[in-house]
Design a binder for this molecule. Structure first.
Ligand code: G6P
Length: 746
């Protein structure tokens, strides 16, 4: 409406001005046209009767002249006729000749026209000289009523003003419509141009009015991306301090929340006493240092038998217990929920689906229902715990594929960073999942979706491409669906540097001695270690077979080498996990039976959980660390081994199917399905000269030290910060254009 007024009013004023000044002009023009017309008529009348009148004057046929005048004045506009003598005496005239009107003066030429106001109206007085055979006979006067001209010129002025008013309204209407369409087109073009969905074809088709504006805005947004280039080019020493300063400077006032199934601190009741336990989870290992650095709220399932006794009335607990830095919010699940959501859908469905370990995924509708409900329960907790409308929510892993979308619906301003800690399968494998569309669109509620490797990002993009309707920008690795854009990027996870567990370690020599003594291993026995959860993806039995192969191919190691395998039982309620443990125990037994001797075993299997400090002592005691995952997102054990070796020694034998093999290139990379090759790699590791071991270890330590967990989190937070700035700019642009439209259109 306002836009209409803004356009219509000035236009009407301009046209009104034109009408005001122009109408009298038109009036006089019309008058002149008609007067010329009447003059011509007078001339025609004169021409047609001149001969007759001359004859009648010469013959003095007065009565005939009267009759002629009477006949001619029947034309309503011809008012009167008169005859004058050469000396100007009025001799004869028609009936309507105005009383008292004398003969006009003789025309200088043969005729003259004049306008007289007679009886209040204009009258054209046309005077024609009458002559015959060079004898001047007098003059004929014809009077024409000109009042009709006045009337016509008034009407003409009125019509013109009306016409101009209509023209004005029409032009204003057209202008408003064109302006609104143009503005809409601009806004659409700008939005598309900035959304990253525009391709070269769209750019070429962009209106020249909008193109410079879009280019300018794109430049602004590109400038925002510069810090990423810098952060990746300049090797900052990433530490808790640099992470804190990223938060302070790039995300000022941002509230950080972590959502994971596994909690970082578990309180269990053991022999009537509450015991604190740190879970054997790579995810917890990675995230805990970040929360210690940043503070915030960590929402997780309270799974410990004494967990409920340790929280306040809001189910909150400040952790770490010895130096509180952040809040742990424990969420309680019923046994049914845990069976369906955790054991069922997450660990019997998603886990085998995402890992190529040839264990068949099992999908049950009842598990799915629990998975949906528990995701909703955690999403509700996020909303309840959020103190701001736009927290940075760090969603962890395959337990919460639906939560990003659920949180997005309730906290649309939130920055949701989801990290998928396990591999992502190719579309053929993913298509097995009966709820694949729901999983994908749930994850696309995230602002950023991270995987360990580019390969897994590509698999995810391919899966979305195959199963969802959306726009995928492969160049920028973004997916736009339902008005929401998700950036998909690789962020290889890592560990804290230097690791806290290292600070309490005795020197390497002491570790070597104490571990050998503790496990009954000979002082000079070469030691390989393996540290895992009893999971079928870890290839534990395969590595035992590799030990058998080593001893068979290189009997010189018999009695001189032992593999110490620590394996924490996990998810033991599931048969696949119990079978993994059985299989591993049987494989160890078989190798020990085949090669073991009095006082020496090639494999020592310890099926219990170890705290990080104990694990670090084992790493420091070892000559070789063996990581033979059949498939693994990253595998942080490999990085922890490297971190534990501040003596720059030790050999890492690492599966090519663990994400860590992309970064730890100085490890001896093996195919865990090739038992003989793995045995050879063990032999090579055990025989490697010290210089080469140290050179390799130094390079790997450099890599892990630089690409530590603060770097992992820092890169994601920097990306999130850039995304928030970008959204702020886009929102401001959208608000301005919206305001332009609504103030113009309402
Ligand atoms: C490993 C995986 C993580 C996963 C965790 C779950 O650490 O790398 O991606 O979240 O296991 O372990 P849990 O014992 O909690 O089932």
């Amino acid at each position: 409406m306002r836009m209409a007024i803004r356009f219509v009013l000035p236009l009407l004023l301009v046209l009104g001005g034109i009408a005001w000044g122009g109408a009298p002009l038109v009036g006089s023009l019309v008058e002149r046209w008609f007067r010329a017309d009447v003059e011509m008529r007078s001339q025609l009348v004169f021409n047609s009767i001149q001969e007759t009148v001359n004859g009648l004057v010469l013959t003095k046929a007065d009565r005939k002249i009267d009759a002629l005048f009477k006949h001619i004045t029947q034309d309503e506009r011809l008012l009167a006729l008169a005859l004058c003598t050469p000396d100007g005496q009025l001799t004869q005239h028609s009936v309507a000749w105005p009383k008292g009107l004398a003969c006009p003066p003789a025309p200088v030429l043969d005729h003259a026209f004049a306008v007289e106001h007679i009886d209040g109206g204009p009258v054209l007085v046309a005077t024609f000289a009458l002559a015959a055979d060079n004898t001047y006979l007098g003059r004929l006067v014809i009077l024409h009523d000109l009042r009709f001209i006045e009337r016509r010129s008034d009407s003409a002025e009125l019509y013109l003003a009306g016409f101009l008013a209509l023209l004005g309204l029409g032009a204003a209407g057209v202008t408003v419509v064109v302006a609104r369409l143009t503005l809409r087109g601009w806004v659409k073009a700008i939005r598309k141009g900035l959304s990253g969905q525009a391709d070269a074809k769209d750019d070429a088709a962009m209106s020249p009015d909008v193109a410079p504006l879009v280019q300018e805005m794109r430049k602004m947004l590109r400038d925002l991306d510069t810090p990423r280039v810098l952060s990746e080019a300049i090797r900052v020493d990433w530490s808790p301090d640099s992470l804190r300063s990223v938060l302070r400077n790039e995300l000022p006032g941002a509230e950080v929340m972590v959502i994971s199934n596994r909690e970082p601190y578990i309180h269990n009741l053991e022999d009537g006493k509450v015991v604190l336990q740190r879970p054997a989870s790579g995810l917890v290992t990675a995230l805990e240092p970040i929360m210690r650095a940043c503070g915030g709220t960590w929402i997780a399932h309270g799974s410990g038998s004494a967990d409920q006794t340790m929280v306040d009335e809001h189910d909150h607990l400040l952790v770490p217990p010895d130096a509180p830095a952040y809040t742990l919010r424990r969420l309680w699940l019923t046994d049914e929920e845990q069976d369906g959501y955790y054991y069922g859908f997450a660990n019997e469905g998603m886990w085998p689906l995402c890992h190529i370990a040839f264990v068949r995924p099992t999908f049950r509708a009842s598990d799915w229902e629990h998975y949906v409900a528990v995701n909703q329960k955690f999403a509700d907790a996020v909303v309840a715990e959020a103190k701001t409308p736009n927290p940075v929510v760090l969603v962890q892993d395959y337990h919460f594929a639906l939560l990003p979308k659920m949180v997005r619906e309730r906290l649309p301003e939130a920055t949701i960073i989801t990290f998928w800690h396990i591999p992502w399968p190719n579309p053929e494998v993913f298509s097995i999942c009966p709820w694949k569309e729901e999983i994908l669109s749930g994850l696309l509620g995230s602002s950023i979706l991270g995987f360990h490797t580019q390969f897994h990002c590509n698999n995810f993009l391919d899966s979305v491409d195959r199963f969802l309707e959306c726009h995928i920008d492969r160049e920028h690795s973004t997916i736009s669906a339902g008005g929401c854009t998700t950036q998909v990027r690789p962020y290889p996870i890592s560990i804290e540097w230097p690791p806290a567990a290292l600070s309490v370690q005795p020197p390497v020599e002491e570790c070597r001695k104490s571990v050998r003594k503790g496990f009954g291993i000979g002082r000079d026995t070469m030691l390989a270690v393996g540290v895992e959860r009893f999971d079928y993806t870890k290839g534990i039995a395969d590595r035992f077979h590799a030990v058998g192969s080593l001893l068979e191919a290189h009997p010189e190691w018999i009695g001189r080498f032992t593999l110490l395998q620590i394996a924490a039982p996990t998810r033991s309620r599931l048969s696949a996990y119990r079978e993994t443990q059985d299989e591993a125990e049987k494989a160890a037994e078989a190798v020990n039976k085949c090669f073991g001797r009095e006082g020496w075993l090639p494999i020592i299997l310890v099926p219990r959980h170890h705290e990080p400090e104990e694990v670090f002592t084992l790493f420091r005691a070892a000559d070789v660390c063996l990581v033979s995952s059949l498939h693994d997102g990253m595998n942080l054990v490999a990085k922890e081994f490297v971190a534990a070796r501040d003596d720059d020694d030790g050999v890492l034998v690492l599966s090519t199917f663990a994400g860590a093999s992309r970064e730890l290139r100085e490890a001896l990379i093996v195919n865990p399905y090739d038992v003989r090759a793995m045995g050879e790699a063990l032999h090579m590791g055990l025989s490697m000269p010290a210089e080469q071991r140290q050179e390799r270890m130094r390079l790997m330590r450099e890599m892990v030290g630089e690409n530590n967990i603060y770097f992992w989190a820092g890169r994601m937070l920097l990306d999130a910060a850039r995304m928030r700035k970008r959204h702020n700019i886009e929102h401001r642009i959208a608000a301005v254009t919206r305001r332009a439209i609504t103030t113009g259109g309402t």
